[in-house]
Design a protein around this ligand. Structure first.
Ligand code: NFA
Length: 101
């Protein structure tokens, strides 16, 4: 039986892939979502430590918008969906956006 295995050619001439695009997930302020709920989301969804979660929540509250985390597209979209699902289940109008950064 002949050996049909092909030699694997090392592709040393190929350029490395460009780094994947990065997407920020931002929270937007509103007048109704409780501060404690926003802090809980930042800890549970974005894995921020409590003190940083509080700082991001206050930034959103005072400045209208704040960055929660930066991810590749599929992960950013999942975080966005988790935020919207948890907010709607709890009856809060909290909004979040995904933007290339
Ligand atoms: N502005 C909201 C309040 O006063 C708190 C809030 C913070 C909402 C961050 C949304 C995002 N209850």
């Amino acid at each position: 039986m002949s050996d049909t295995k092909q030699a694997v050619k090392p592709q040393l001439d190929q350029q490395p892939l460009p780094p994947p695009k990065q997407y920020g997930v931002f929270l937007l302020n509103d007048d109704y979502t409780p501060m404690d709920f926003v802090v809980m989301l930042l800890v549970d969804v974005f894995r921020l430590p409590e003190n940083l979660a509080e700082a991001v929540m206050l930034q959103v509250h005072h400045e209208g918008k704040g960055l929660c985390g930066v991810y590749q597209k599929d992960i950013a979209d999942t975080k966005h969906q988790q935020v919207q699902n948890l907010a709607r289940q709890a009856g809060h109008p909290l909004l979040c956006t995904v933007e290339e950064v």
